[in-house]
Design a protein around this ligand. Structure first.
Ligand code: CAA
Length: 286
């Protein structure tokens, strides 16, 4: 089994930066790539702010803080992944973009490097099929916020080797996560169960069955969930939720996963949740 020392993360958005932070603070040399300097700076700042907060809370010593910083590097070049042992793709949920990326990375990466996708809704099989290393490709699906949430779904395609699955699980454990194994079917485990719940909450609101606040309070206090469905929708992102719902609906044509009209219209209007300043709640005043 290859030893993983250096990790590449493609994408420094909310999930990409959280995953890069987790890898670097778990002891891996980590290089994170974005498509322009502005996005890269934003992602790196998010990570350094998180580490500063941890240090201020006494959860990191000054030495650990300095070591974490040393292990993390930003880049705009895919070629900087050439000596990585494992690369995690965390770009937009767009299959054309992913296929372009996987094709390029297949040429750049070492022959034995693992190529993993954090996709929550697209087919990992399709990404692997454009490469000559389909046996070294699997999903590694983190949850938001990646540094905090303890689950990682390891997603196996028909071509993923058992060795790759073992390495991915071992890697997840080394990040302090608990891996679960899922087949490459739309929604994997968590979203297959979570999306119908979130969609049902939106339908309740659309139909006037209860208010936003009462639905949130009910699920938080009635079920002991950390967040009600609307707070969670805003937190995850309405666009991400829509993509996941569409992908599962596309695969099974089960009306349980059909995106409600309100969700689609909010996404079209740019109301994406916390990240855009407005979703089911308004975050414009912080
Ligand atoms: N990065 C790093 N640390 C973070 C963080 C972040 N983004 N957000 C919170 N934390 C830390 C806080 O600093 C805090 O640390 P301390 O205990 O050391 O102080 C700790 O996490 C708890 O945070 P808070 O006290 O601020 O608030 P909380 O107790 O309410 O927890 C939460 C926040 C962890 C987000 C919690 O509300 C929660 O678990 N919510 C549900 C999240 C969830 O369900 N995520 C999965 C979504 S589905 C998904 O992601 C998959 C998909 O494909 C769509």
């Amino acid at each position: 089994m290859a030893t993983i020392r250096k990790v590449g993360v493609v994408g420094a958005g909310l999930m990409g930066s959280g995953i890069a932070q987790t890898c670097a603070q778990s002891g891996y040399q980590t290089v994170v790539r974005e498509i322009n300097q502005q996005f890269l700076d934003k992602g790196l700042t998010r990570i350094h702010d998180a580490w500063n907060t941890m240090a201020n809370k006494g959860k990191l010593t000054q030495q650990q803080l300095a070591e974490n910083r040393d292990r993390l590097r930003g880049t705009l070049e895919l070629e900087d992944f050439a000596d990585c042992d494992l690369v995690i793709e965390v770009i937009l949920e767009n299959m054309e973009e992913k296929i372009r990326l996987f094709t390029a990375l297949d040429h750049i990466l070492k022959p034995d490097a693992l190529l993993l996708s954090n996709t929550s809704s697209l087919s990992v099989t399709q990404m692997g099929a454009v490469t000559k290393r389909a046996d070294k490709i699997c999903g590694l699906h983190f949850f938001n916020p990646a540094p905090v949430m303890r689950l990682v779904e390891v997603v196996q395609t028909l071509s993923t080797s058992e060795t790759t699955i073992d390495e991915a699980k071992k890697f997840a454990l080394s990040l302090g996560k608990t891996p679960v194994l899922a087949k490459d079917t739309a929604g994997f485990i968590v979203n297959f169960l979570l999306i119908p719940y979130l969609i049902a909450a939106i339908r309740m609101l659309e139909n006037g069955m209860a208010s936003r606040d009462d639905i949130d309070i009910a699920m938080k206090l009635g079920c002991g969930y950390p967040m009600g469905p609307f707070t969670l929708l805003d937190y995850v992102g309405l666009d991400t939720t829509l993509w996941a719902a569409e992908a599962i609906y596309e695969e099974y044509k089960d009306p349980l996963y059909a995106p409600p009209p309100l969700l689609r219209r909010m996404v079209v209007s740019g109301m994406l949740g916390k990240k855009s300043g407005k979703g089911f709640y308004d975050y414009s005043n912080g």
